[in-house]
Design a protein around this ligand. Sequence first.
Ligand code: PHE
Length: 359
Amino acid sequence: MLAPEEVQRMQADALAAIAAATGLDALKAVRLAHAGDRAPITLANAEIGALPPAARADAGKRVGTARAAIREALAARQVELEAERDQRVLIEEAVDVTLPWDRGLEGARHPVTIMSERLADVFVDMGYEVAEGPEVEAEWYNFDALNFPPDHPARETQDTIFVEGPDPAVRSGVVLRTHTSPVQIRSLLTRPLPLYVVSPGKCFRSDALDATHSPVFHQIECLAVDEGLTMADLRGAINAFVEAVFGEGLQTRLRPDFFPFTEPSADVSMQCHVCRAESTKPGADPCRVCRSQGWVEIAGCGMVNPRVLVACGIDPDRYSGFAFGLGIERSVMIRHGVADIRDTFDGDVRFSRALGMEA
Ligand code: PHE
């Protein structure tokens, strides 16, 4: 075992195994096999003591040289393999900071939501509070308290979606609210005066779906009740939102109309924000937003009917108020020249994108 050829063979085996180790784990196994406690060269070293004294020095030198060579080879390979590993980690774990990261489509608010918030913001900026009411509403709030007579045609099932009733046994049925005006009543009954509220929300009517009608749509309602409010205040509030949403300097026009809960009542038109009435001049290009009328109808309005105030326990000799309501889809359609209301809920992202999505 201690013969020169044997020691040389052990050294050669060890060096070959070290050179063949391709990774740090493999080198660890090689170290154990060729330099560990039970490695041939270690066992050979232990044999030296058993040799006759004259032979010990030679054998000790041979084995010592071989063990030193193995140790050095191990150390050198260790350094090499660590360097290789570090190099590999640098490549494998490298982060390519130029890779695009925003591949997923980001969610965004719908144009109807954006319009609703924009309208509400105009009033919140003027000091109004946002008030909301239920979509499933008592018939009393939706109609009776708003001074609709019991036989008013709007209550008929072809206009109103009834959840309960209108069976005479049910004294006040339950409906899907047909407008946001019941929030006027809820606000008047629960909030202190003076009162300035804006109420956006979903409404329902049993209309057949076509380019301008949808059984589900949104309205926004404004109600102000204070001492000394007049139609001039109503006019001012309407002008403020028209200018904020459709553009500065647009004129508004009020024409007599009828709503049971306002007296007097009017419909509100604004000067067409696209052609600014240019299309009405002889020989001018037609305007598709106002159909060359120069005006577009945008809202219903009026002074709160004293009977509504009385129904809510408010003294109509001391307080007066104004209210108006408008369709949000309709506002989106007018503002962006959308011809078909169905585009507002088809869910086609190309529609939302074209109108400028906001996150
Ligand atoms: N609620 C009415 C409608 O749906 C609109 C309106 C609101 C009219 C407030 C006057 C005052 O047509």
